[in-house]
Design a protein around this ligand. Structure first.
Ligand code: ATP
Ligand code: MG
Length: 346
């Protein structure tokens, strides 16, 4: 991994006003993203994955705002951007995003070709003919055969996987530096998922992309990510290289997440699920947000928010279990089984 940081999030706090009540969705997140890496963000539903990345392109819902903190992109604090005009300098051009459901990004009434071409023309100085040529090249790049014919077809004439390829083509059309993929394969079946992941790996090299990949599926993570950030209740509770998260995770929430993986569970065995309710983000959170769901929680977990403890220069976790004074707690056995299965599969 190269050392230079392309995007740096510092103490970011994001809030929403929901009918007069304030919810804190992102709670002082700091994160450096390195140029050329692929970073996966994992965590259960509602942990803040989408809100965090949407704040990088000025796409927070109207009732949300950046309350404090910074988002430094290539040296500029973009968290200060207010106008759509400002964001258009970043969104698409510098940081592009692919969403879960391709149909939300495509216009059903326009041909695939015209939609790609529009983006190409908007972001380049190419005229119609050259833009068409470039669009066809893009379609070929994302693995769509007979691109010239496909250019004239409508979204409904494409399968789900092919539509997602088109959306990816549009995303890379303006040569962004960062490509954010928010669960881009969740709606697709497993074989197609694997093909899309292969495509992203190919494009990453060809277009020199930094990739931020959001997923529920840790199998996907192992396939694509250099590093993994684990989010819980609007915070990154553990971050490290993929191997560090898979083989040496330290946060009890990461353990629970790994143990709940369906693809690693042995056939016929009980699938571990994470006990308790997700944290209520309307409340002020004292101590470690995960404490009420952690059977090894310490007293201090209910009082003081844990700092990051570093496990290696590239791996850190926010849990008091890593404090020298804490009793030794071992990861659950299910994780060891998982490692055995995992090694067997890879
Ligand atoms: N417009 C909004 N108004 C109020 N609350 C919101 C809004 N958007 C997001 N939230 C809240 O912010 C929190 C984080 O949401 P987010 O969409 O980032 O979760 P996520 O990790 O992406 O979940 P999923 O895996 O289900 O996509 C959730 O509690 C969610 O309810
Ligand atoms: Mg989401």
């Amino acid at each position: 991994m190269k050392d230079d940081v392309i995007l740096s999030v510092k103490d970011l706090v994001i809030k929403f006003n929901l009918r007069g009540r304030i919810l804190t969705a992102i709670r002082e997140v700091s994160l450096d993203i390195f140029r050329g890496e692929s970073l996966a963000i994992v965590g259960e539903s509602g942990s803040g994955k989408s809100v965090l990345v949407k704040s990088f392109i000025g796409l927070l819902d109207e009732n949300g705002w950046i309350d404090s903190g910074k988002i430094i992109y290539k040296g500029t604090d973009i968290s200060q951007y207010k106008s759509e005009q400002d964001w258009l300098k970043i969104r698409g051009r510098e940081i592009a995003m692919v969403f879960q459901e391709p149909m939300t990004s495509l216009n059903p009434l326009k041909t695939i070709g015209s939609q790609i071409k529009e983006t190409v023309i908007l972001h380049s100085r190419l005229r119609s003919k050259a833009a068409k040529r470039k669009s066809i090249e893009l379609l070929e790049d994302v693995g769509i055969s007979q691109a010239e014919k496909r250019f004239t077809q409508y979204p409904h004439e494409f399968s789900g996987g092919m539509r997602q390829r088109v959306v990816i083509a549009i995303a890379i059309a303006c040569n962004p530096s960062i490509l954010i993929c928010d669960e881009p394969t969740t709606a697709l079946d497993v074989t197609i998922q694997a093909q899309i992941l292969d495509l992203l790996k190919y494009l990453k090299v060809k277009y020199n992309l930094t990739i931020i990949f959001i997923t529920h599926d840790l199998g996907v993570v192992a396939n694509i990510a250099d590093r993994v950030a684990v989010m819980y209740a609007g915070d990154i509770v553990e971050i490290g290289k993929s191997e560090e998260i898979f083989y040496n995770s330290q946060h009890p929430y990461t353990w629970a997440l790994l143990s709940s993986l369906p693809q690693f569970a042995e056939k016929g065995k009980f699938l571990y699920s994470i006990d308790g309710m997700p944290t209520n983000l309307f409340n002020d959170i004292e101590g470690d947000a995960f404490a009420p769901r952690n059977k090894n929680a310490l007293k201090i977990d209910y009082v003081i928010r844990p700092p990051y403890f570093s496990i290696s220069p590239t791996h850190k976790a926010r849990t008091w279990l890593l404090d020298k004074r804490a009793p030794k707690v071992h990861p659950p056995n299910s994780i060891k089984e998982l490692h055995k299965n995992w090694r067997g599969n890879h």
